[in-house]
Design a protein around this ligand. Structure first.
Ligand code: PLP
Length: 383
């Protein structure tokens, strides 16, 4: 049996998405900026995909810029905003952000801003009391992700926006929604954030497409210059197959997917905890409202995650040790150590990330195989 539990790294494109993309490549391949009929039809489809994505994020009426990925959307939101501001001050970044956000810090510093990191508690959730003590009139931008990619911790965006309104109302708030979009409720207009990034390949669309939603009136300078597509915010002929595929993925995303994933996550967690008493959860408890439905991170000491990962691969089970983007580097997860884990515990962490297509049968198989490997490997692991 093959069981893919690495959906936070990427998801399998849905058949309807593949169909839509194939049509865009074979029949509707015209340039949406051109003026003849088939091109104008393509432009209509582009506009419809834009509206679909805006609506799904509760952002109807705002601006949406299609990008090549979530990373590019984060870069436009952060670097593009800071470049347009010309006002020195502080930028606050949650210390467990993805590198797509964290690594914008160097550019922020080059532009003259000072960067500070917002700490998290033991669950991996932003420490609001500490954040409150950091806020002041000189804060220009706060970056906080919707859901952490390693632990599934949902960040308290509503409370953060409330604090910001009270203590630094002119500061902007950017939310990286790459791991949260569609899987955790998000209402852009109600929350009053300034920008929101997401990515196609995490929601059963293809790689090579993402988007940034920007509140109307919030300024961002382009980071790519050229022919002025996307209202001048992101030049380059639009990736029509990717964009139309992402529009399709958003419109068919099942409303019951989060509940299905949450039930599977519960089954996996209960099964692992029951069969391996040494297992330790990293992240919010499952009944904590800060727990996302699709990501489960557990340490299985003393077995190192790399060892377990390769053992599971032999059974056709694909999971991740830490986040996929950093898994080629032999480095302990900075997300887990920021939550207070020792290097040794972080080194034993496995991330299981689900999609609604996973089944109970798959989960039971995974529990049985993890248990079997654990019983053997733990005997031969010396720390
Ligand atoms: N932000 C988060 C939280 C992510 O998990 C990822 C990718 O895993 C990204 C940003 C980057 O997205 P992309 O792969 O589309 O560039």
């Amino acid at each position: 049996m093959e069981v893919y539990l690495d959906n936070s790294a990427t998801t399998k494109p849905a058949p309807a998405v593949v169909e839509m993309m194939t049509k865009a490549l074979t029949e509707e391949w015209y340039n949406p900026s051109a003026l003849y009929r088939p091109a104008m039809e393509a432009e209509k489809k582009l506009s419809s995909a834009r509206k679909t994505c805006l609506k799904a994020a509760g952002a109807s009426g705002q601006r949406l810029i299609f990008t090549s990925c979530g990373t590019e959307a984060d870069n436009i939101a952060i670097c593009g905003y800071l470049r347009s501001l010309h006002q020195p001050g502080r930028v606050l970044i949650l210390n467990v952000e993805h590198p797509a956000v964290l690594n914008c810090a160097q550019e922020a510093e080059r532009l003259g801003y000072s960067v500070e990191h917002i700490p998290v508690d033991h669950r991996g959730v932003a420490d609001l009391a500490k954040l409150e003590s950091m806020l002041g009139e000189d804060v220009r931008l706060i970056c906080v992700m919707q859901v952490n990619n390693e632990t599934g911790a949902i960040q308290p965006i509503e409370e953060i926006v409330r604090l910001k309104q009270r203590l630094c109302p002119k500061a902007a708030v950017h939310v990286d929604g790459v791991q949260g979009f569609l899987r955790v409720p998000f209402d852009f207009n109600k929350l009053g954030v300034d920008s929101y990034a997401f990515s196609g390949h995490k929601i059963h669309a293809s790689k090579g497409v993402g988007a940034l939603i920007v509140r109307k009136g919030h300024k961002v300078s382009p980071v790519i210059f050229g022919g002025g597509q996307e209202d001048g915010y992101r030049s380059g002929t639009e990736n029509m197959p990717g964009i139309l595929g992402m529009g399709e993925a958003v419109s068919i995303y099942p409303a019951d997917a989060p509940a299905k994933m949450a039930a599977l996550k519960r089954r996996l967690y209960d099964g692992l905890m029951k069969s391996i008493p040494q297992a330790v959860l990293n992240g919010p408890e499952l009944d904590d409202p800060a727990a996302a439905p699709h990501i489960l991170n557990v340490s299985l000491p003393p077995v190192r995650s790399q060892t377990m990962l390769f053992a599971l691969e032999g059974d056709g089970i694909y999971v991740s040790a830490g986040s996929a983007c950093s898994s080629h580097k032999q480095k302990v997860s900075s997300v887990l150590t920021a939550m207070g884990l020792t290097n040794a515990m972080a080194d034993c962490a496995l991330r299981f990330s689900l999609c609604a297509e996973n089944t109970e049968e798959q989960i039971d198989y995974v529990i049985a195989r993890v248990k079997a490997h654990y019983d053997l490997l733990s005997k031969y692991t010396r720390r």
